[in-house]
Ligand binder design. Sequence first.
Ligand code: ATP
Ligand code: MG
Length: 132
Amino acid sequence: MEKTFIMIKSDGVKRGLIGEIIGRIERKGYKITKAKLFQPGRELIEEHYMEHREKPFFRELVNFILEGPVMALEVEGESAIEVMRLMIGHRDFKIAAPGTIRGDFANSLTENIIHGSDSVVSAERELNLWFN
Ligand code: ATP
Ligand code: MG
């Protein structure tokens, strides 16, 4: 079974969407195998978003995640990485399809509720980073 890293971002936690999101994952038949609700430090968030270090939105992104607790999840299931990305929907809330998590709940480019690993390599890196 494949494992992926999911983070309910600070806006998702603030808006009370933990139950909604975990419910969708469980109804899909996937297992939550680890879960941690906590306030990550700046270093962890910067390490997580390392690939975006040079992007103009990097500071805003890190500061936004820092605004409150996040929920880190390890999710296990058949093709979990690809399917979770589908369930999450497009990064841009204007393009995210209704029925996806971002399509149903996001209304901002930066504050888009949830993160999911985008490859086997990033899932392994991110699970190690957040749960080591
Ligand atoms: P994530 O990595 O969080 O799952 P993603 O893979 O769909 O999202 P990325 O391109 O990796 O999208 O961007 C990482 C995050 O940075 C986005 O989810 C969003 O929170 C923020 N972001 C991306 N592009 C922009 C932008 N143009 N302006 C503001 N914030 C952005
Ligand atoms: Mg990404």
